[in-house]
Design a protein around this ligand. Structure first.
Ligand code: RIB
Length: 303
């Protein structure tokens, strides 16, 4: 069987407005043009991995509506195996409302719809896909019990799991002990450990605390400041390329998709994170989530 990366996660349609700044509570501001584009952390990661040359199987649950059908069709056009995707007859496809400010920062509200209904029972038919994956990549826009079920099955079958703990929520030690690589951003790492990151030292402390849960590799992504890697009792700071950012939406997703590809190709950790940092940096130079995921050629020709 050909090795493949299994991504299990969400798909959303993103409704994006660029504005000078993010609105305060109760405030209406006038923004720029409206963009409707494909998103969802799981889908963004699956598409990023496929564009970078990964053989990707994506398990997703969408509504029985135009958004869901379009999404699954576009995954297929990206060369992703969607044979195990599920149509939810009751709940609509996920939607995200996104505002992006002049500094390329965003705020996002998600109506999860069918994503919140992707339950372990939906995956029973895909058990063999889980057991035989070369790597599994998950995030937290689907129910935690589903993530826990997959991590358990993966652990029983010695399949490595990359967990991108986004959006952040409390995670059990049991789940964390089954994760091979965890990839929080600064806020997620702080939430998982209860420790604030204010400088390099505190970031390293946070990485150590996560590793103590039994996670082999901790990668804290720090946007323009690159990424901190903690593996085998060793810290490595991997710089991010300097780019002109217009929209940071999905930068973390592109990082994770790229990381999964690089790790499954057997790149060493430092090279894998450098590859992922470059892919993420390229993604912030364009608007949109999946719309901004770069190709392999774009990453390799970037310098
Ligand atoms: O990580 C970015 C993604 O978060 C967006 O595409 C949006 O759909 C939300 O899931």
């Amino acid at each position: 069987m050909k090795p493949y990366i299994l991504v299990i996660g969400s798909s959303n349609t993103d409704m994006v407005v660029k504005a000078d700044r993010l609105p305060a509570p109760g405030e209406t501001i006038l923004g720029g043009t409206f963009l409707m584009t494909a998103g969802g952390k799981g889908a963004n990661q699956a598409v990023a991995a496929a564009r970078l040359g990964g053989d990707v199987v994506f398990i997703v649950k969408v509504g029985d509506d135009i958004f869901g059908r379009q999404a699954v069709q576009s995954f297929t056009e990206e060369g992703i195996d969607t044979g195990h995707s599920i149509i939810d007859p009751v709940n609509p496809s996920g939607v995200a409302l996104i505002t992006v400010d002049a500094k390329a920062e965003n705020c996002i509200v998600v109506a999860s719809g069918a994503n919140a209904n992707l339950m372990p029972g939906d995956l029973y038919k895909a058990e063999d896909k889980i057991k035989n994956a070369s790597l599994i990549l998950m995030q937290l826009e689907i129910p935690l019990e589903t993530v826990e079920y997959v991590a358990e099955l993966a652990a029983q079958n010695n399949v490595r799991v990359i967990l991108n703990p986004a959006p952040a929520c409390a995670l059990s030690d049991e789940l964390l002990s089954k994760v091979s690589i965890i990839t929080p951003n600064q806020k997620e790492a702080e939430m998982l450990t209860g420790v604030r990151i204010t400088d390099k030292k505190s970031a390293e402390t946070v990485a150590e605390l996560l590793a103590e849960k039994g996670i082999e590799t901790v990668i804290i992504t720090l946007g323009a400041n690159g990424a901190l890697v903690f593996h085998g009792n060793h810290f490595d700071w991997v710089a991010a390329p300097v780019v002109n950012a217009v929209d940071t939406t999905a930068a973390g997703d592109v990082f994770n998709g790229a990381l999964a590809v690089a790790v499954s190709e057997g790149k060493n950790l430092e090279d894998a994170v450098l590859f992922a940092n470059t892919a993420a940096a390229l993604s912030v130079t364009k608007m949109g989530a999946q719309a901004s995921a770069p190709t392999r050629r774009e990453v390799e020709s970037f310098n």
